[in-house]
Design a protein around this ligand. Structure first.
Ligand SMILES: Cc1cc2nc3c(=O)[nH]c(=O)nc-3n(C[C@H](O)[C@H](O)[C@H](O)COP(=O)(O)OP(=O)(O)OC[C@H]3O[C@@H](n4cnc5c(N)ncnc54)[C@H](O)[C@@H]3O)c2cc1C
Length: 424
């Protein structure tokens, strides 16, 4: 639904990573008064590489983490730069910088820095400011004039400030808080255990026997770079049915071994695998993924995190009882992130200005129920609720406002024009 009446709201965006930056840009463009609160000293979120991890709990068990970014030194993008950028600010190569199609993490940070510079976003951001509490001003009046108290701490002066906003946009990311397996003996194991959240460089594992738990992207990446310095690397996978690529790498390195799941850990350093084999290890690195966590958010139970599901959220963005005054950018997984965050941001900005409106509470709840039901029917585990899958029945016919314009631009690009073929 689109309306012409435009209202300006005071909006607090939490986080100045890619989601928060594009959120702030869209909100301001729509005429809102925006403040971005960011706990780090700079923009970038995950892309603000942080080598100083000594102060962090190795298993990331603190309520508020000391380190946000989980990016390691050698990390390169998993998707090509051409599809990564925001729609009006392509991720182009720049002279003297990393011009690879799959650049390293620093290039993404520099791209975000350029984005901030181009759109003048920095003056909206308060750095070194950690949000510690977000709650409703008056729970009893819910639904009338819903407003939010935001309590934040200046991490330099330790001063706490409380402010009230019409709306809050949570853009705090979900690749920082470790998700840990539960393994017999884990609590009493005396040797080094850490999560990949604080893994940065391989040099610290010189001549060690390392067990890497989990063979997804980080697990595979980290194992492969450890083989050059460690004595032995044992990659423990849930299933031994691994990709051909990983299998090739394993066969190339004598000191890299594929192992099944861990059965238990003994106090003498022995790691016992479920097939009965074992090794004495110096270090365990858990590459077991991350969990959603919003330690500052008090919604009186209207939004909860349950086994990797943040809900209920309409279209992974609005809690039906609290939207659009409370929204989330960046919850979905396995998406082309930046353009997705941008479309969420535009939607939030226009809902807050009154240009658009949300469906009724019942319709939103119905849509959420249908999503959960379809996932259950397909045997998708709860913790994959936010893994985006296209709508099988309708995806061929979906045509959004603005698609025509985007296609027109695409048709003018060398990809379509290089052979001189006529496109209409
Ligand atoms: C190892 C690794 C590899 C990845 N590789 C890719 C890739 O190749 N391609 C890709 O597209 N994506 C990749 N990602 C995903 C990456 O997280 C997203 O690209 C993107 O950074 C998500 O943006 P975001 O703004 O939602 O969250 P983040 O980048 O995590 O930013 C969140 C921001 O919120 C701030 N914040 C959090 N809590 C608070 C608080 N209480 N108060 C104030 N500020 C707070 C943080 O400091 C941070 O700046 C990778 C992630 C990891 C960990």
């Amino acid at each position: 639904m689109v309306s012409e009446k435009v209202q300006s709201k005071s909006v607090c965006v939490i986080g100045a990573g890619p989601s928060g930056l594009v959120g702030a840009r869209e909100l301001r463009k729509e005429g809102h008064n925006v403040v971005v609160l960011e706990q780090s000293h700079d923009i970038g979120g995950q892309w603000l590489y942080d080598p100083k991890v000594e102060g962090e709990d190795p298993l990331g068990k603190n309520t508020f983490l000391k380190v946000h970014s989980s990016v390691y030194a050698s990390l390169r993008l998993i998707s090509p730069r051409e599809i990564m950028g925001f729609t009006d600010f392509p991720f182009v190569t720049r002279k003297g910088r990393d011009s690879r199609r799959f650049p390293g993490h620093k290039e993404v940070f520099l791209y975000l820095d350029d984005f901030c510079e181009w759109f003048g976003l920095r003056d909206m951001i308060r750095f070194n400011t950690r949000v510690e509490y977000v709650g409703m001003v008056d729970h009893a009046k819910l639904g009338k004039d819903l407003r939010w108290i935001v309590r934040s701490r200046d991490l330099k002066s330790d001063k706490v400030v409380e402010e009230v906003f019409d709306a809050v946009v949570v853009a705090t990311g979900h690749y920082s808080y470790p998700k840990l397996p539960s393994i017999k003996g884990m609590d009493t194991w005396r040797r080094k255990q850490m999560h990949s959240h604080i893994y940065r460089v391989p040099e610290l594992f010189q001549n060690e026997v390392v067990v890497v738990v989990g063979n997804s992207l980080s697990g595979a990446d980290i194992s492969v770079e450890l083989v050059d310095v460690a004595k032995e690397v044992h990659l423990s996978a849930k299933s031994l049915d691994i990709t051909e690529g990983l299998s090739k790498v394993i066969s190339k390195h004598e000191n890299l071994h594929l192992r099944p799941q861990i059965d238990s850990l003994s106090e003498d350093g022995r790691v016992l695998f479920v097939d009965g084999s074992s090794v004495i290890a110096d270090t365990l690195i858990y590459c077991t993924g991350y969990r959603y966590s919003f330690p500052f958010l008090d919604t009186k139970g209207m939004v909860v995190v349950d086994d990797g599901r943040v809900g209920p959220l309409f279209e992974h963005t609005f809690p039906p009882s609290l939207g659009p005054a409370l929204s989330f950018i960046g919850i979905p997984q396995k998406i082309i992130g930046f353009p997705f965050f941008e479309s969420q941001a535009k939607w939030i900005a226009q809902l807050l200005s009154g240009k658009r409106s949300l469906p009724s509470w019942h319709e939103m709840m119905q849509s959420i129920k249908e999503l959960y039901h379809s996932k259950e029917e397909a045997g998708v585990p709860k913790h994959h609720t936010h893994v985006i899958a296209g709508d099988f029945e309708t995806y061929r016919d979906v045509w959004e406002d603005g698609d025509e314009e985007i296609l027109e631009v695409a048709y003018q690009s060398p990809h379509f024009t290089q052979f001189g073929l006529h496109t209409e």
